[in-house]
Design a protein around this ligand. Sequence first.
Ligand code: SAT
Ligand code: MN
Length: 590
Amino acid sequence: MSTALEKWVEEQAKLTEPDKIYWCDGSEEEARGLIEIGMKEEKIGDTPIFTQLNQKNWPNAYFHRSHPTDVARTEHLTFVCHPDKETAGPNNNWMHPDEAKAKMTKLSDGCMHGKTMYVLPYMMGHPNSPYAKACVQLTDVSYVAVSMRIMTRMSKTVIEKIGNSENFVKGLHSVGDFDPDKRFIMHFPDENFVWSIGSGYGGNALLGKKCFSLRIASWQGLKEDWLAEHMVIMGIEDPKGNITYIAAALPSACGKTNLAMMQAALPGYKIWTIGDDIAWMNIGPDGRLWAINPEQGFFGVASGTSLKTNPNMIRTLKNNRFYPTLFTNTAINTDTNEPWWEGLDGEVPKNMIDWQGKKWDSSSGNKAAHPNARFTASIYNCDMLSKEYDNPKGVPISAIIVGGRRNQLIPLVVESFDWQHGVYLAASMGSETTAAATGLKAGVRRDPMAMLPFCGYNMGKYFQHWLNIGKKLSNPPKIFSVNWFRTDEEGKFIWPGFGDNIRVLKWIIDRVNNKVQAKETPIGLIPYLGDICLEGLDVPKERLQKLLEVKLDDWSEEISGVEKFLSQFGRYIPNEIIDENKKLAKEINE
Ligand code: SAT
Ligand code: MN
């Protein structure tokens, strides 16, 4: 008798028609074999899936070059297939599940001809955690199989855990022929199922990540009373050895990974990393919010990563405890066979091929690495990994931070008055789009909780869910907003950022522990000048004053922007959130 899992795999094989089916056990030996296959047998066009990099300087590191059209998440091809459009909300592309399945069935017919179907059993979360979920992904490329082994807890024991149950998260993935016109990432929240074709890129193909751990999991969280969030989790140790755990939501390009692995600039402070991308948060028996990182690795942007911006990540990438580390779409120094990207320390190598394998001409003005070039590295290679990372219960969260990239207006740090006001701060957060970079009119792109592309249902309902969770917490974390990116008259950043952000985190912890007072303003609670430690820093008090300034005259545009943004969710938006915006408008007009 075959199990429900075996039957499901057979059915998918009948549709996709692979030459072989291979059940992965998650071992290192197997990963070595998969890399060999990727170096010798599997190709994209004429390019092998993997090539070995300089093993002396980058131990266990391999390079992968993607199909040239397949370099990032494709939000316009990503659908959340609830039975009705309203449940998906204006924040998602929607297709009826029947229509989506018919479309995907047609595209998947025989798509694994000549290929191996890899069966990947994995856990999101520690196998002993009550909050973990058992999953199985099918894929037809070694790159995805190896990446999933780095990013998740992949093991054959998951198959035993699933047994004959139907209760596992399913992912069906094929790179197809990489045709962007036949590329879709379809989510079926009611079936715990993700179906993806046409792309090998992380967020589109490593289905445990954004697809399951955020889009599907956020829907599970709504039904099961927990939160699946796009958040960093970190422990901050003070000079006395006390560790405070926080979670932080920041949209892309706001230094999320750098924050998670920060080298704290204040003496005696130390950061312990738990996760850099996703947090699952549950209400603990003690009425606190407990967070786990469901992932096991980092899938980070290479460009800009250096000993200056993130020394701990560079160390992680050079560590070889957990095999292997992957680099995707970086440039290659052809003299040394090392990966290279814009922003890496040292001199620009003389002889390089760019991310597409062409000889790079430094005078061309083209970037050598793709701006979204990535590394994939195990979290176990991180020297500052918290010892609580593998704790099945997770860690108790004392503060939640939400932030964006705002040149003006938003202070360095603001504490919310209470949970509801904190949810409002999160609902209204956003980042400036730079006119120069995108050719768009400069403005603010709102991205509540950094979840706009990842919330698997109507975001109005999501805010309500956050309010409901708050009511169930007898000891809720405090919610803060941060903004490291305020600029002066010349457009220069006022705050140094990076390791100096510990100064803001210290204030947050002092507030959590009721050690300092805060100044009440209509937008929230602001630090008193003397309470942010500036020791050893070249930021005069007047500049800090500027960072904490609240000029009410400037806020009316912001308030109408928030109102306009929230109105798209119609009747789903909780009155409490609308009321917070109205209350602020009233105070400003007084
Ligand atoms: O691009 S991914 O979704 O794979 C990673 C990220 O954006 O955090
Ligand atoms: Mn992310």
